[in-house]
Design a protein around this ligand. Structure first.
Ligand code: DQA
Length: 149
């Protein structure tokens, strides 16, 4: 698969549509739209384009990962929410595609409840950025722009 596309898929999983309202002490007050705006500005600086999406459905994330390869996306930033810790289907999907995937989390799951310490996404991801709030997404995008992945 070529690496010529400038489109970075930003895929968000369950409950992330409620960012801003949802447990702001953990996830901050930025909404997903706020994060999309920040990413669009940063992407423009890098000559990249982002395609930002959110779903509460596991299979939709699998379909979008496949689509990212079919569309020769440059990379995928994936915040799979709780599916991070449960989904072998996502692990397999990431292993099935040639597009690099960066695992993204607002919080640092490794410092939270024990059930968040296992990451199936992280087993296959090229890189993980976590614990920086909304900035985690920007750090991940910068890593794509600098060809770290
Ligand atoms: C999260 C961390 C997950 O453990 C949690 O289930 C989420 C959000 C984060 O961005 O910090 O939904 O992915």
């Amino acid at each position: 698969m070529t690496d010529t596309s400038s489109t970075v898929y930003v895929l968000n999983g369950p409950n992330l549509n409620l960012l801003g309202l949802r447990e702001p002490d953990i996830y901050g007050s930025d909404t997903l739209d706020d994060i999309a705006g920040m990413l669009e500005d940063r992407a423009r600086e890098h000559g990249l384009t982002i395609d930002m999406r959110q779903t509460n459905h596991e299979g939709m994330l699998v379909d979008w990962l496949h689509e990212a390869m079919a569309e020769s996306a440059r990379a995928v930033l994936l915040n799979a929410g709780a599916y991070t810790h449960t989904s072998i289907a996502l692990l397999d999907a990431i292993r099935s595609i040639t597009v690099p995937v960066i695992e993204v989390h607002l919080s640092d799951p490794k410092t939270r409840e024990a059930f968040r310490h296992l990451s199936y996404v992280g087993m296959a991801a090229a890189k993980t950025v976590e614990g920086h709030g909304a900035k985690s997404y920007l750090i991940a995008l910068d890593a794509v722009a600098s060809r770290e992945v």
